[in-house]
Structure formats: structure tokens, C-alpha cells
Write a protein that binds this ligand. Structure first.
Ligand code: ADP
Ligand code: MG
Length: 671
């Protein structure tokens, strides 16, 4: 394509080899790279700074340091002054004949002031004083804006601006910036104007406007890509349909010892419909810890098995695999469904047997860890794959399970809900089902904080629960660099607790480095109430289900992330007994405070997202979420919605989809 945008910047006059090298370090090679390298902020060039000169008009922001002093002179004339603390120090502000302002200028108040700087006595004589940023809106005389780029040493902002100007001169001549957004769409400027304004804004307001519009362009491009991709993937595919009979679903429900919640019933219906349809399923099932996702999965697996197909469920830890195996085994024991367990500690003889049975089709459900995705694990007719606690798997691992057969329908289950503010359905093509109800009778886990000084009163709380016949957990943080320290922590708590407990209560230690046989034994004993307290590192974090456990003590809780704390707390409160969570922290921790206030996993996820940003929250690369230059997955939901609608329309009306695809491919601004 002969488009000047893709010309190397070496073709721009006045850019020498040294500059080329520096720009290359910034990943800037073409003219397009230059003009799509968006500045990150605007600076007002006459903002009060150390370089300000006598008599210059300035804008200064700061906090009032003391109350206003006034002196009177002449007839009805007065002069007032006060001191303002700015980010480069204190400065005296003077104003004349505006006594009415005095009552508003109180210590600590934030002000924006326009005025003239006087260097002889280091003062600013105010022409206007404002209590908000509004002062800047109507008066351009103060604003000489300049944008600021993320650059490297060796190239200054001023030099870069010159390069941008040269590139724009070329682009303008060629007029080669093609717009995806139709003319006159919602008043959005042409891409050329947006980009030009971003680099050379007239005011900070026009910069912000252009930024929003650029975000829209990015989102539109992303939506076009997503939808074009889906057009290809989502063609009808009769082979992926599973004819699940509603009679079978009812039979399974009747076999349960409890009644499903409304929410569970609705979701089962929704997912069954999806499994029956001629489209391959790609669905996320989210719900707070303890809401009962496993039984939903079991119901579906039963339906799938009765329709003649195999299912697989992959979980992140061995403990969870064993537990799920037992749970499903119990669900299915009178229903003629065969379940097998496969993990890295399955003995090779048994493994061989399982492989044979799988190939024959005599195993209906295979439960396991990553072992399921090994090459020699071959199914006869796998059509339903589930990953539990999906946030713990990377995209690729999830995918490999889908490659175990053709036309596989996938369900991912997670107790780390996706915050509503992320509007995931706008961002990806995954369908989302949400269980928004806990089984009846569940009580909020009573959560409090403590410091290590009052560890013995924490122990007293534990003892009261033990006396009621309950069990519980004490969790210590895992310090990855040093397993020895981990164990020391765990062992220290063990010694303290053990010597404090008078009765015959049994405590056991569980940690990641134990052999899986040992771990199984301990969990089994815990389930049988032969062990009353489990002291562990976070190996129990996900999925473990022991309804009789009612207390969870977390040592150094400030060291855990919010999602982990919520997961850990979710190990208790799994029955109608009142449960307790005590968070021990010797430092102030916002996360600990949030946990004490909030029980709802969705709200906690929302906090988590705010504190960490979407990148860290999901590990964007791993999650497959897009990252944008300007658009923001949280704050630009509305723009995303608009972009989605426009993309659908554009694809509908285009007479040449290939051209559109080609264009999107070339015009990438998303990384
Ligand atoms: P999670 O969604 O965290 O994976 P589980 O599936 O482990 O939760 O379920 C937690 C507990 O709640 C299990 O003991 C399960 O048998 C029980 N349970 C699930 N659904 C119901 C229900 N509708 N009524 C009563 N108990 C239920
Ligand atoms: Mg679970």
C-alpha cells in the first residue's frame, strides 16, 4: 500500500541517524508511529513555575495557608493578602478591593488564581480567584498549551514536537488518514483533526475532547476486529449441538439432597439452551464463593452424558481435583455415570487404564489438573469442557482442553467475579452467566481485624468454635523466595496454638511442598473431623469445601491481595452455621478494612479493580483483554457500547468485508 503514513521517518527532513536511533528505542519507525504516539498530558506554559519572569501572567494552584489580612487606604480602598502553598513552595497572593472574597478564603481551601507575577517581592497580584478549575474555561489569554510526551533521555519534548509538526505537514499534503467513523457521526471530528488537536491543542479542554474522540476510534477499531473475527468463528456448526433432554435434567435435580436456588435453575436452563444450539458455546459462569457452581456443572454434565457425550473438568490444584472427584462421584453414584480422576500423582498403571477407558468412551467425566491436557489423553467424544477457578489458568491452557476434540463447548467457572464496571460482554465475545443468589440459610461471615499482640484472644475465639464442634483454618502468607521462612511461620503458629489448646484438639500443617498423598490424608482427616484446625499456606485458597469449618484466621493478612482474601474467607460460611474470619495485620491496610466492611464478591472485585487497574487485576496479557493507548476499559464503557453498535452497522453495510479486514489489520492502533 502506497501510503505516506508507512514511510520511514528517515524520509522526514532534518532527522539524523542519532535521532532515528532514539526514536527506534521508543518503537517509533514510521510517520504513523510519530503521529499515533499520543502525548499523555497538556501543560499550561504559563503555569506558575520556578522559571516565571517578572510581569508575566500566570496561573497558580494551591492551598490557602493562613487567613486573609487586609489594610485600608484612600477612600473605600483596600488591599488584602494571604499565603498560598503551591507545589513549588509558598507564595504571597495580593488582591484589591474584593473584601467579599475574604470569608471564602479559609485555611486549607484549594484555589486557582490568575494574576501577574512580581519578582521584586515574590508576590502574585490576583486578577481573579476561583474555587474550582472553571476559571480556565472562558479565557484563553492565559493558556498557551504545550503537550508532554513520554520520551527518553536524549530527545527533548520541544525537539519531538518539531518532528511531529514535520510529519503532520507531510500527512496533510497526502491526506492519507482514512476515517473509520462516518462523517457527521455524533459530532466526532475527522481522525486528522483529532490527532492534530492531540499534538497541538488550543486549550486543555480541546485536548480532552480530542482524547475522548481518539478513544472512540480505538474502541471502534477493536469492536470491528472482534466482530469480524466472530463472523468467521460463529458460523453454524451442527456438530457442536448436544441434544440434552429436560427429563434427564429433572431426574438429576430430583436426586439431590437439596433444592437448587432460582438462580441456579435459571442458569442451568440458559446453558442447556446454549449447549443444544448449533453454535459452539464459550461461556463464563461466575458467582460468589459458596454459591454452588459445582452442582450446576454436575447437572449439565449429567445431561451431556445422557446425550451420549463425554465431559472433562480441569482445576488448578490437586486438592481441588480430588475433592471434585469425590463430589461428582457422590452426585453420580446411583445414576450410572462413570467418573475418573487424573492428576500428576496418578500411578502409571492406573493412568494407562484411564487412557484406554477414555478412548473407548466408557468414562463419562474426567476430573483432573493440568494432566488432562497432555498429548496422550485422548477422548472418544468429548463435547463439554469445564475449567473451574478459571482465573488461575492462562488463556493457552484453557484452549488446549478445547483442542481435545472437535466442536467442544466450553464453560469456565470462576469465583473471582468480573466487576460489572468492566462490562465484559462489551469487551469480549464470551457469554457470561451469573449466579446472584446464595443457597438459603447462609449467614454473612463475621469479619474482624486483630494485631499479633492479641493473638491469644484470637485463639480464645477459635476455642469457642471448637467447643461447638466446629473446625477451621489458620492461613499464613507464602513468601516465595524462601520456603524456610514460610514453614517457620506456619510452625511458629502451630507451636503457639498447640500449647495454648488444653483439650484434645488436633492441629495439622498443610503446605504446598508436601507430597500429594500426605495432603490427601490430612484433608481426608479434616473432613472426618479427626483434625480440627488446619494451619496452612494458601494451598487451600481455591475451591475447598468443608461445610463444618466456621473460622478462618489469616496471619499477616495485609500481605494478601483482595481476591485471595475473599477466596480464603470463602472457605468458611458454607453451611448455615455462623462463621468468622479474623484478619491479623500489624500495619494499617486498606484491603483488610475493605474485607471487614464488605462480604459481596462483586463489590470486592470492584474495589480490587479500582486499586490495581484492569491490567493487574486480570493480568491483561494472560487474560486476552485488549490494552489501549487512550481508551479505558472502566471509564469508557459508554463509548465502548456506542462503538459496538457502530461496528455492527459498518459491517452490515460494507460491500467489501475483505477490504475492511485489510484496513483494520493495517491501521492497528491497539497493541
Ligand atoms: P462454589 O460456587 O464456591 O464452587 P460449591 O459448588 O462448592 O460452591 O458449593 C458450596 C456448598 O453449597 C456445597 O456444599 C454445595 O453442596 C452446597 N450447595 C450448592 N447449592 C446448594 C443449594 N441450592 N442449597 C443448599 N446447598 C447448596
Ligand atoms: Mg467451586
Amino acid at each position: 500500500m502506497n501510503n505516506i503514513l508507512y514511510n520511514s521517518i528517515s524520509s522526514v527532513k532534518g532527522i539524523g541517524p542519532k535521532t532515528l536511533e532514539l526514536l527506534a528505542e521508543l518503537n517509533i519507525f514510521t510517520i504513523k508511529d510519530v503521529i499515533f504516539n499520543i502525548p499523555y498530558r497538556v501543560s499550561l506554559s504559563n503555569e506558575f513555575s520556578l522559571n516565571v519572569k517578572n510581569g508575566e501572567k500566570v496561573i497558580v494552584r494551591g492551598k490557602v495557608e493562613n487567613s486573609v489580612n487586609t489594610s485600608f487606604y484612600g477612600k473605600n480602598k483596600n488591599r488584602s493578602f494571604f499565603s498560598l502553598l503551591t507545589n513549588i513552595g509558598s507564595i504571597k497572593i495580593i488582591f484589591f478591593n474584593q473584601l467579599y472574597l475574604k470569608q471564602h478564603i479559609v485555611e486549607g481551601k484549594e484555589l486557582v488564581i490568575k494574576g501577574v507575577y512580581n519578582s521584586s517581592n515574590n508576590t502574585i497580584t490576583a486578577s481573579s480567584i476561583s474555587f474550582s478549575n472553571n476559571i480556565l474555561e472562558n479565557d484563553n489569554s492565559y493558556e498557551k498549551t504545550e503537550v508532554v510526551y513520554h520520551l527518553k533521555k536524549g530527545i527533548t519534548n520541544k525537539q519531538y514536537i518539531k518532528i511531529v509538526q514535520k510529519c503532520f505537514d507531510l500527512v496533510k499534503k497526502e491526506n492519507c488518514l482514512i476515517d473509520l467513523v462516518p462523517k457527521d457521526f455524533k459530532g466526532i471530528w475527522s481522525l486528522y483533526k483529532i490527532l492534530y488537536t492531540l499534538h497541538f491543542p488550543e486549550s486543555s479542554i480541546s485536548f480532552d475532547k480530542a482524547k475522548k474522540m481518539f478513544a472512540f476510534h480505538e474502541l471502534l477499531e477493536y469492536q470491528l476486529k472482534l466482530q469480524l473475527k466472530n463472523l468467521k468463528n460463529k458460523e453454524e456448526n451442527k456438530e457442536s449441538s448436544i441434544k440434552i433432554s429436560s427429563k434427564d435434567i429433572e431426574t438429576f435435580k430430583k436426586s439431590l439432597s437439596f433444592k437448587l436456588t432460582n438462580s441456579q435453575n435459571l442458569l442451568i436452563e440458559e446453558i442447556v439452551d446454549d449447549l443444544k444450539s448449533f453454535y459452539q458455546m464459550d461461556r463464563l459462569l461466575q458467582g460468589d464463593v459458596g454459591c454452588g457452581k459445582t452442582v450446576v456443572a454436575a447437572t449439565l454434565i449429567y445431561g451431556v452424558a445422557r446425550a451420549g457425550f463425554q465431559s472433562a473438568i480441569m482445576v488448578p490444584t490437586e486438592i481441588l481435583a480430588i475433592q471434585h472427584f469425590e463430589t461428582f462421584f457422590n452426585f453420580f453414584k446411583d445414576l450410572d455415570i462413570s467418573v475418573a480422576l487424573l492428576t500428576s500423582s496418578t500411578p502409571s498403571k492406573e493412568r494407562k487404564k484411564i487412557i484406554n477407558l477414555l478412548k473407548e468412551g466408557s468414562i463419562d467425566l474426567l476430573v483432573g489438573t493440568h494432566s488432562l491436557i497432555q498429548d496422550d489423553i485422548i477422548f472418544k467424544n468429548l463435547k463439554f469442557s469445564i475449567t473451574d477457578e478459571q482465573h488461575r489458568f492462562g488463556v493457552n491452557q484453557r484452549r488446549s482442553l478445547c483442542e481435545k476434540g472437535e466442536n467442544i463447548n466450553t464453560l469456565m467457572m470462576t469465583a473471582t467475579p468480573i466487576p460489572r464496571s468492566l462490562a465484559i460482554t462489551l469487551i469480549t465475545d464470551i457469554k457470561v452467566s451469573t449466579i446472584n443468589e446464595l443457597p438459603s440459610g447462609r449467614k454473612k461471615v463475621h469479619t474482624t481485624k486483630a494485631t499479633s499482640k492479641n493473638i491469644y484472644s484470637v485463639f480464645d475465639n477459635i476455642i469457642s468454635e471448637l467447643k461447638l464442634g466446629r473446625q477451621g483454618y489458620v492461613v499464613c502468607p507464602l513468601i516465595e523466595e524462601s520456603e524456610k521462612i514460610d514453614l517457620k511461620n506456619v510452625e511458629e503458629i502451630y507451636e503457639k496454638l498447640n500449647s495454648y489448646l488444653t483439650n484434645n484438639y488436633k492441629i495439622a500443617i498443610l503446605h504446598g511442598k508436601m507430597k500429594s498423598k500426605e495432603k490427601d490424608k490430612i484433608i481426608e482427616k479434616f473432613l472426618n473431623k479427626e483434625i480440627h484446625i488446619l494451619i496452612s499456606t494458601t494451598v487451600i485458597e481455591v475451591g475447598v469445601n468443608v461445610p463444618n469449618a466456621t473460622f478462618m484466621v489469616i496471619v499477616d493478612a495485609n500481605r494478601f491481595g483482595l481476591a485471595t482474601l475473599h477466596q480464603l474467607r470463602g472457605r468458611v460460611g458454607r453451611s448455615d452455621y455462623q462463621s468468622y474470619c479474623i484478619l491479623i495485620s500489624d500495619v494499617k491496610s486498606e484491603r483488610v478494612d475493605i474485607m471487614c466492611l464488605e462480604n459481596d464478591g462483586f463489590k470486592i472485585a470492584e474495589f480490587d479493580l479500582k486499586m490495581r487497574g484492569p491490567g493487574d487485576f486480570f493480568g491483561t496479557k494472560q487474560s486476552g483483554l485488549p490494552s489501549f493507548k487512550v481508551a479505558d476499559l472502566i471509564n469508557d464503557t459508554e463509548l465502548m457500547y456506542l462503538a459496538k453498535k457502530l461496528a455492527t452497522k459498518l459491517i452490515d453495510v460494507t460491500d467489501n468485508k475483505d477490504k475492511l479486514i485489510n484496513y483494520i489489520g493495517l491501521h492497528k492502533t491497539i497493541s
